[in-house]
Design a protein around this ligand. Sequence first.
Ligand code: SAH
Ligand code: SF4
Ligand code: F3S
Length: 473
Amino acid sequence: MATVFLETITIMSITGRNVHIKTFGCQMNKLDSALVEAGLRNAGFELVGSVKEADVVLFNTCSVRDHAEQRVLSHLGHLKHIKESKPDFVVGVIGCMAQRLGVELFKQPAVDIVCGPMQIAHIPRLIEQAMKEKKKALLVTEEIRKASSDGQELERFETEFGIDDAEIPGQAFVRAMHGCDKFCSYCVVPYVRGKETSRPPEAIIEQIKKLADNGIKQVTLLGQRINAYEYKTGDKTYCLADLLYMAGEVAGIEWLRFVTSYPSEKYFDEIMKAMCAVPKVCRYLHLPAQSGSDKILKMMNRGYTSAEYLGLLDIARQIVPDISIAGDFIVGFPNETDDDFTQTVGLLKKSKYKNSFIFKYSPRPGTVADKRLEDNIPMDIKNKRNIELLKIQEQISGDLASEFVGKTVKILVEGPSKKSRRSIEDKPGDLQLIGRTAGDWIVVFDGPETLAGKFANVGITRTSPLTLFGNLV
Ligand code: SAH
Ligand code: SF4
Ligand code: F3S
């Protein structure tokens, strides 16, 4: 299934083994970067925080929208200049864009390594090769929709290295599923991440136990359609609810999350009941709607109507009354009329999301929407619809946030907030910290940096639409 394409180039011998990884895209990519980092550390490489300190730079890339790809291409353009003055420098493009574009990426003069998401186990070897043998290497999965042989190697890599801390102290991602078989008409993911495959429950639980032994407090199970998790062994079929019950038994893990869910009935009640029954499962659901118009949903090949979608939200709220829900929307899908958009506005207002992610339609080469439908909504209309949805969501989020004033919330502290390394009130020894509630609300407060990775209680004093502010209790 895998192809290796080698071509000799002139790079000098390298002594430094400092690697910097820059990650774009979704949680899957964050997880892959964490795995690659652990694999590289094991192979004697050192991970560094900037391109300046690095001998090797890897971009873990995303293809979901054109903008995501353009950002990577622009970074590669900058590296070309660095490479001119530092010929030993090695540059790799890994992840979804590597899988999508393959050999084409060598048109970028800076690029030495191109490696798809199913081949990440080979990255340490590819880097060694680029360093010692002065070779360019391409390793992507041929016939990605049929790929399975690579899976075993990836599974071994995942089992061995999926037990290290990720970027945020105390938190880790664990893959429950690979790929996606849903083929929403606009989406590139099935073409770059391959066939939908659920990992064996025992491999997942074993990994969670090891993470707990390493001090991890929160595990997020990942899948493009995590609620479709299904693993058959003997006469038993495991679904996500089973995984949640099993993971809920792992000592040391205090919070469990799962993303992203797909609006379908199968297993939905069971999963919501597990959320209610297992105290460790955070009462949070990310359930993208994409549109409120049945005509557009059909063209998107989403397989549900807006009424069916709202029915699922009702079930979720009936079973888990205090659930916090997030959504996704795409505006400016081909042929989206004002009337279609009004229906999306209607669905957004009814859904009462904690927050939603709103994207402008971006045609992706190779997808059904790109082949069959013209990208006929002008950018100014896409922008206008985007802003309108954001404004409505901001109002809803602001109202929901304000209900927290005067309450104390339990949060898992992530660390100092990016914007300010100083405390809000300038207290010596304290920093402005950031954490999240079980319902995924961001909380900003002052405290010692040593709280990162630990739970804390914060009394909320004021709010903005996306953030709660308060003081340690
Ligand atoms: N598997 C997840 C998310 C996949 S990508 C799911 O199905 O929900 C994350 C989000 O990007 C999607 O929910 C969708 O809103 C958006 N997206 C995907 N393809 C897009 C495209 N071609 N243009 C604009 N937004 C897109
Ligand atoms: Fe893309 Fe649809 Fe699969 Fe999500 S479910 S990854 S939007 S094809
Ligand atoms: Fe992007 Fe790949 Fe994730 S295309 S959204 S990084 S699965």
